[in-house]
Design a protein around this ligand. Sequence first.
Ligand SMILES: [Fe+2]
Ligand SMILES: [Fe+2]
Length: 389
Amino acid sequence: MAREILSAIASPATTDQPTENVSTPSRISPRRSFIKGMGMVGAALSVGSLLKTEAEADEHRRFIPIGDAAILRFLAAAEILETDLWQQYNELAGIQDSEVPGGSGNEAYTEAVAQLDEDMAQYIHDNTDDEMTHELFINAYLVSKGAEPVNLDRFRTLPSSKATGAQQIGRLTNLMQLTVDTTWFTRYRSSSQNPDFGDVLPQAIPALAVGQHPAIPRTDADLQDSNFLQAIANTAGFHFATIEQGGTSLYAQLAQRVTSAEVLRIVLSIGGTEIMHFQTWSDKAGNAPPIPPTVDPVTGVMVSFPDLNAPPLGGEDFQTNLIMPEPTVFLNKRLPPVSIIRPTKTNGAAMGALKALTADGLFIGQSKAFFNFMRTLAIEADLARRENF
Ligand SMILES: [Fe+2]
Ligand SMILES: [Fe+2]
């Protein structure tokens, strides 16, 4: 689908025009009246010099700075990976329709996931749909600016689930051997800590942070034991929030090194939906039913889900309905606490995201070539610096 849409995109010269042609009178006049109102500061600039600057800017805007392209290319890759994993969830537990085609649903798994919220199938579908549009839009924008889009098709080599409902195609991501970082649950409830200051917060579900756990049924045999099936569904419920929290931070981190205002607009606008996704999943994960220690019949790995409203969690700081970010330290501890997303430090953000996804187990089975390609994209994105454009 990505290829069809990309080939339908017009050349850079035409896609630019509607939003970027700043030399039309309608775009200049507001600037002129703005100059009148600028007073002392504006007096230093002549209209002529401003027009010259705008003409130069117009010339620049047919392209985007190399650093912006590198950031968008890394984000395009991240979105392709997100689409791949969300499609796998949707095939088994989402709504099957023409917007998100491919699967045929798995009744038992869908029901277990619905224990977290009866609308889970709709949310899974919509999150998947969103990621598909993120991927397609960023790649299409890159093409419209004469930059190279990202294509990961050659790395679609990982197996699909063999459970009823999944289509049998090559995948980019592996949802059957996850080690899920659930520190976002405690991180967003802390009023004194922030990973940007080096703080390490505790796991909400310690069992998911060790060993490898399926977040989708591997085969229909995984549907037999109701406790284990619920553990798989709960793992998915937490993984949803882990992934979308990653996106939430990643966009805010990379936005700080974007140069073009239009690219910044893209990063802020798409990043905002990652935040909406995270908030939704953060709410749903809190509904995951407690599960006593249960053994994975295939791997022998133990999994359990605690009551999140009981010690060592629960109480005033950790009750599950606290889904708004607790105000915490930001930038400088002498400043007052503030409600923020976290972390947002920008240095090395792309490589950090790649490492986190890798540590998640998402790429188990992927080739050396895949890791080399992704590492190159991350290095290039992390070399990007905000320029005077
Ligand atoms: Fe996304
Ligand atoms: Fe996302």
